[in-house]
Design a protein around this ligand. Structure first.
Ligand SMILES: Nc1ncnc2c1ncn2[C@@H]1O[C@H](COP(=O)(O)OP(=O)(O)OP(=O)(O)O)[C@@H](O)[C@H]1O
Ligand SMILES: [Mg+2]
Length: 241
């Protein structure tokens, strides 16, 4: 099929649009509960915007989850190696600081440039290998990213205190609980039980300051063909031979 003006025809989900509007989001659930599926749908949805509006910093400790998005013009950094990851997160903080300096100069309270999504799949892996190097900087982003248009999206199998400390958690007030092993895990994510009773994948509880209580939602899975189509649309645009 030839795509002239409209390069892709897929639909986006309301849930993904809503999550992308949140300052920061935590996605947690057992292995196979669909965290990466949701992250793919979020990236796909964000890709309906141009790189002037939406950019990604992709942290991929598992090395294979986000690699497909590495060459997108939206991706300003992709890191999977431990040493590289801490450098990338430090650079993200510097970028945030420069945005604040700019905001101060222009007397504005919210940055008016692109939204930058720092996506980590999987956060527990990052905390086991790079906690000392990355946690303080991630905490700063969680505290100050909001006004600078810098968003954290963290996916984790282990939503426990040793993985997500109180300081990060208190600043991430948008949460998606997918199926998790125990009631306590569910409480760690959405402050109440329930996610342990969800089906293995496809449904989740979504909690934000707007919803106030966890809302049962369908988790969209984007067809890989549609994802490839949107990736090649953007990479074709930037790599013209
Ligand atoms: N919303 C969904 N709709 C349909 N199938 C789904 C959905 N979510 C997950 N699945 C199925 O479950 C599989 C595992 O999902 P996914 O890889 O996203 O899990 P995960 O939570 O990231 O696991 P891990 O912690 O091991 O990385 C998918 O490959 C898919 O087949
Ligand atoms: Mg995964």
């Amino acid at each position: 099929m030839k795509h002239a003006k409209q390069p892709y025809t897929g639909t986006v989900s309301k849930l993904c649009l809503d999550i992308l509007k949140q300052p920061h989001t935590l996605i947690a659930g057992a292995t196979g509960s669909g965290k990466s599926v949701l992250i793919n749908s979020l990236i796909y949805t964000a890709l309906f915007d141009s790189p002037n509006k939406t950019q990604f910093i992709l942290i991929d400790p598992k090395r294979v989850e986000l690699i497909d998005y590495k060459l997108l013009p939206h991706t300003i950094a992709y890191s999977s190696e431990p040493s590289d990851i801490s450098r990338t997160i430090t650079k993200a903080v510097k970028l945030m600081d420069s945005r604040y300096a700019d905001m101060q100069k222009r007397h504005i309270k919210h940055y008016d440039g692109s939204d930058i999504y720092i996506i980590v799949d999987e956060f527990a892996d990052l905390m086991t290998t790079q906690k000392r190097e990355t946690l303080p900087t991630l905490c700063r982003i969680a505290q100050l990213g909001r006004a600078a248009g810098i968003h954290l999206i963290l996916a984790t199998q282990r939503p426990t205190r040793d993985i997500i400390n109180g300081q990060i958690k208190v600043n991430i007030d948008s949460r998606v609980a997918l199926r998790c092993p125990t009631k306590q895990d569910s409480r760690n994510i959405i402050n109440t039980g329930g996610a342990e009773l969800l089906p293995r994948y496809g449904s989740g509880y979504y909690l934000t300051p707007d919803t106030m209580t966890p809302v049962l939602v369908d988790i969209p899975m984007t067809n890989p063909t549609e994802i490839n189509c949107i990736i090649s649309h953007w990479t074709r645009k930037t790599h013209r031979f």
